[in-house]
Design a protein around this ligand. Structure first.
Ligand SMILES: NC(=O)c1ccc[n+]([C@@H]2O[C@H](COP(=O)([O-])OP(=O)(O)OC[C@H]3O[C@@H](n4cnc5c(N)ncnc54)[C@H](OP(=O)(O)O)[C@@H]3O)[C@@H](O)[C@H]2O)c1
Length: 279
């Protein structure tokens, strides 16, 4: 019988869950990937053991073997579901005596709320987690994902909303993190739990002005970012992005890089993407 401790990864088929699976040391831990459809190609391609179940009734995810660690991320776009999933998974972690919950929340820019319900619900889930005296936890606070640049509307912000906001003197820089690195931080937290119990860990790999992003984009991809139209985001997302532009992320990039020297710069990340390969 294996003496590896099992980590249950929520949103295994998504960006953060997938990154955690890649990064967690599988010589020390067994990964159990929680999926909605174990027969899907994405689930099968994860290359780890799968457990299929619903996140609002998660007993089936926990009851087959002892779960040591839970990587918790809220992947539903629906805030009501996010809350249901978060609360139900934390309650299950208590019931099944999980030893360490690592919850990937977000950097709230130093405020309690953002005004965007799909973000603010994470505060409610954090509060529920912190209220469980029997659970040891770590909260990760990633800033804006570099992967958001795959969304043309987000990319367009660099030369419109971000630039205008920076010119108006509001937070001239924007902080960014590669999702791959969130997985690596989660892996370090699971590997060295004593250092991270009860901690809230800000994660940011770079901090750039809009003109610096334009310059790096040109250097790496050969293309000039020059959107003129301010993007119109779907309701809810618009509030969230404006909030981050107006408030600025709290995480200290240099401190984060000191703790986690592997955190990538935007340029390093961009060089590995299809944007660079198209140049
Ligand atoms: N974008 C940013 O800059 C940023 C920054 C900080 C924090 N965040 C937070 O990151 C979270 C999203 O993480 P991500 O980007 O890693 O996710 P993602 O890549 O969008 O993937 C979503 C994951 O959630 C699962 N999922 C979606 N709806 C579900 C449902 N109703 N029931 C169960 N599972 C469901 C998906 O499973 P299937 O494959 O089965 O669909 C998939 O595994 C959000 O809470 C967001 O607020 C984002």
């Amino acid at each position: 019988m294996s003496d590896k401790r099992t980590i249950l990864v929520i949103t295994a088929t998504g960006k953060q869950g997938g990154a955690a699976i890649k990064a967690i040391d599988q010589t020390k831990f067994k990964i159990l990937a929680a999926v909605r459809d174990a027969s899907s190609d994405t689930a099968k391609s994860l290359g780890v053991d799968l457990v299929q179940g619903e996140l609002d009734q998660p007993d089936s995810l926990f009851q087959n073997e002892p779960i040591y660690g839970l990587f918790l991320n809220l992947g539903s776009p629906n805030p009501v579901e996010q809350k249901q999933h978060g609360i139900a998974l934390i309650d299950a972690a208590v019931k099944y005596r999980v030893k360490h919950v690592v919850f990937s929340s977000l950097d709230f820019c130093g405020n309690e709320t953002t005004g965007a319900s799909f973000l603010d619900v994470k505060r409610e889930v954090e509060a529920h987690l912190k209220a469980q005296s029997s659970l040891r936890w770590t909260i990760l606070r990633p800033v804006g994902f570099m992967e958001n640049f795959y969304w043309p509307l987000y990319l367009n912000q660099v030369t419109t909303t971000w630039k205008d906001s920076a010119a108006a003197g509001k937070h001239p820089t924007h902080k960014l993190i590669a999702v791959e690195d969130i997985g690596k931080v989660a892996a370090e937290v699971f590997a060295d739990p004593e250092q991270y119990y009860g901690k809230e860990v800000g994660i940011a790999g770079d901090e750039l002005r809009p003109d610096e992003i334009v310059e790096i984009w040109k250097k790496v991809t050969g293309q000039t970012l020059q959107a003129k139209e301010t993007p119109v985001f779907p309701p809810g997302i618009d509030i969230a992005f404006q909030y981050f532009i107006d408030n600025g992320f709290e995480t200290d990039v240099q401190a984060a890089k000191k703790d986690f020297p592997f955190l990538q710069s935007f340029e390093s990340w961009l060089k590995k993407t299809p944007f660079a390969h198209a140049a």
